[in-house]
Design a binder for this molecule. Structure first.
Ligand code: ADP
Ligand code: MG
Length: 212
């Protein structure tokens, strides 16, 4: 049982995210077909397949190295909006994680928050724009609050996952104001955002693999 996130745990987290993306590739593409260009599943799966191969080849030792490699591979293999957004998020997480061998719950929450800030710096999304922000932001808030109240990493991530799922579902009635979906105007209403769906898988992967 580990209550910190070391390089092995970070690798397990990213590997589980890759597995979830592969398993749900068709769902993500189907969601993007409704309000975008039907490539979010293939984009993310291409990127995470490359990340998985790079992790196996390099066996990075620290969480920061795992996150940096993930961000760099995503930037180089995923086009569109989501490549630079996810890439920036992981690179910012890597910087926030610092050079140490492991992250305690507070440090992990800080890293996730830095990733969210990177997405905002890159894409300028605000709450209610119908993007990945609408799932990741409430997840980061829930994680911060749970960690501040002394919850274990495991319990804090369970709360973060519930918040991400609620945020993802909240995108359905939203009118898109960022990305391709915004070109649809009112016709974007009534569809779940693909990026909010994939980023919820990132939180689900953390809840499934981190914190013992
Ligand atoms: P593209 O839109 O270029 O085809 P993807 O289909 O891979 O790229 O990703 C679409 C997702 O990217 C959207 O569902 C949304 O969550 C996210 N997205 C798009 N623009 C932004 C933005 N400016 N800020 C945050 N997320 C965004
Ligand atoms: Mg797309």
């Amino acid at each position: 049982m580990t209550t910190t996130v070391d390089g092995g745990a970070a690798t397990a987290w990213i590997s589980e995210f890759a597995r979830l993306v592969a398993e749900n590739k068709d769902l993500l593409t189907h969601l993007d077909a409704a309000i975008g260009d039907a490539d979010h599943g293939t984009n993310m799966d291409r990127g995470m397949t490359a990340v998985t191969a790079a992790l196996a080849e390099n066996a990075p030792a620290s969480p920061a190295e795992v996150l940096k490699l993930t961000g760099m591979r995503l930037v180089s293999t995923v086009g569109g909006a989501s490549g630079p957004l996810y890439g920036t998020a992981f690179l910012r997480m890597a910087t926030a994680a610092g050079p140490g061998p492991s992250l305690d719950p507070g440090e992990f929450a800080k890293a996730l928050r830095a990733g969210l800030d990177g997405i905002v710096a890159r894409g300028r999304a605000e709450a209610g724009d119908k993007t990945m922000f609408d799932a990741l932001s409430p997840a980061a808030d829930a994680l911060d609050a749970a960690v501040a109240s002394g919850a274990s990493l495991r319990d804090a991530l369970a709360q973060a996952l519930r918040a991400a799922e609620a945020g993802r579902d909240s995108t359905i009635p939203m009118l898109a104001r960022k990305g391709r979906a915004s070109y649809l105007g009112e016709r974007s209403v009534g569809h779940q955002d693909p990026g909010a769906t994939s980023v919820t898988m990132l939180v689900a992967a953390a809840a499934a693999t981190l914190g013992g």
